[in-house]
Write a protein that binds this ligand. Structure first.
Ligand SMILES: N[C@@H](CCC(=O)N[C@@H](CS)C(=O)NCC(=O)O)C(=O)O
Length: 208
């Protein structure tokens, strides 16, 4: 059975979890004890020498990195090739959003959220500016689009979903991004969707 090395508060792991579920695959979630440093121990480093979750193990195949896992699962298990379209233009557009998730989104909202979760002191202001700029750009992009690439959901949508949904935990409001919120709701309505664990930090703090 496919194994996903994972942690419930990781947005990177969440995107891989979503696709496993949406593809209807049999899989096992294996929680890696990040606070105890399990990801730095030899057994885990044998799976991913870079010491990060998520890692997917499918028989003899080991894939680390959330976006790489999305590409692998879509390539091997999606008979319709709709999660990762075949044509060079659509595929390039998907790659554009995977890069955006790995750089601008991970470098702004994901960092601000991690600082809130782990009480880290960081220079919030430039990251928050970047986060709001990114939200405004994505909201504008989505005004006339249903999905990020083409007419159907792709792994681009999953790669961006988790940390955009978690923006409030980063202290970043989605109130001025109505089309982005509509798109988040569409992802949540997809068959097999699994929700992300909610944490009581950022704008969620002290909300009942
Ligand atoms: N580029 C990686 C980033 C993964 C990542 O940042 N994982 C975090 C959890 S969300 C992690 O394992 N952190 C532990 C560490 O870096 O020591 C991916 O997309 O999978």
């Amino acid at each position: 059975m496919i194994k996903l090395y994972w942690h419930p508060i990781s947005g990177h792991a969440h995107r891989a979890h979503m696709l496993l579920s949406m593809l209807g695959l049999d899989f096992e979630l294996i929680e890696v004890d990040l606070p105890a440093g399990e990801h730095q121990q030899a057994e885990f480093l044998a799976l991913n020498p870079f010491g990060q979750i998520p890692v997917l193990v499918d028989g003899e195949t080991i894939i680390a990195d959330s976006n790489a896992i999305l590409i692998y699962l879509a390539g091997v298990y999606d008979d319709n090739q709709s999660w990762l379209p075949e044509g060079p233009r659509d595929r390039a557009h998907v790659e554009q959003f995977l890069s955006l998730a790995a750089h601008r989104l991970a470098g702004s909202i994901a960092k601000l959220r991690a600082a809130n979760l782990f009480n880290r002191t960081i220079d919030n202001e430039p990251l928050a500016l970047e986060a709001y700029k990114l939200l405004a750009q994505l909201n504008g992009y989505l005004i006339e689009r249903t999905w990020l690439v083409g007419a159907k959901p792709t792994i681009a949508d999953l790669a961006l979903y988790s940390y955009l949904k978690l923006a409030p935990e980063a202290g970043i409001s989605l109130a001025d991004s109505p089309d982005l919120q509509r798109w988040l709701t569409q992802v949540e309505a997809l068959p097999g969707f699994v929700p992300m664990q909610v944490s009581n930090v950022g704008l969620n703090k002290n909300r009942s």
